[in-house]
Design a protein. Sequence first.
Length: 95
Amino acid sequence: MRQIIIPLDRPLVADDSIYGVRVRAAETADGKWEGRVEFESKSGIRVTTAPEATHATRTDVEAWATRLEEPYLNAALRRASERPIARVTPPPERD
């Protein structure tokens, strides 16, 4: 599966925090492209939305990413923050 990362050129200020924003796009099994929005706080906490958009081509998902405005990004941050966080439990240490 091919993936691309599209950094957005402006941070998002929300809830007294500043977030770097980027779009992660990945080609799906049927050849379409899904776009997810990823936010990273200055403290390093990262949250990502479920797929926000599906487009026919990589170019289309890149164009979608460039049109995202602050109200949409605020709502996407809220959606991403409400998603369950996957917790990885390390395997037990071997003697």
